[in-house]
Design a protein. Sequence first.
Length: 277
Amino acid sequence: MNNRLALGCIMLCVSTHSFANDYGESVKVPFADNSLPGKSNISLEATVYKPAGKGPFPTVIFNHGSTGPYVIPQDYTINPWGFGRYLVSKNIALIIPMRRGRGKSEGSYNELYTCDREGINKGVDYAVKSVDATYTYLMNQPWVDKEKVLLSGNSRGGILSLVYASEHPEAFSGVINFSGGWVGDVCNNNSQSKNIEIFEDVAKKLKIPTLFIYGHNDPYYSDTTIESFVTAYEQAGGQVYFKFYQLGADVSGHDVFYNYGHLWSYVVDNYLIEAFK
């Protein structure tokens, strides 16, 4: 899903302490790309924010959304620096990987735009591999507290975070899902979102409390669709704290992560305290 943001607004707007010009450290994440002829060792671009000191620090992996398509350039690096500074102020580290074919990451961007169930599953599976490479990278970093790693993401990155956590249910302290979904209501079948099946599958495997944050007036999912995500997740056995913000009649609810940190930061504060205790 697309963040629907002009490039000048792609960074998170959230009140933080005063920082120097720190926009994170660019690192390369090793990736063995079996989708290429033979076995090709490529690298993924990632941005890291770390508190001062050696750590180890609780760490968040943040997963970005899609290109739209064609709204956000494929080679643009997503860097929500406000979120990085917000977490660092709480002595928490952050890594933001760019998945294959995005930003300066090598490989092909094969996260399909399709309503076909097989195509959706292939796209999710393809994206998961970039998250897996990032997690493997973190497990080899001395500054990471291996017992306190949390997943988060926006749009496609939100639902992707849930999927990856469900595949490794003992590995993560929590998941924060901002506006998560793989496809929009344009793909609905008999008024039911194609995302429902994904949420249900996750909930059957993932038993830690999760936090879902959405905004009303989302151009991709109706309010009814968003509420159906939460209902399906809970009925399938998932634990979820759900916050649904009214941002204004002329405001895209899909922008809740990037532009409305002042609304959700208190909720996230409390969730992080519980997740990392």
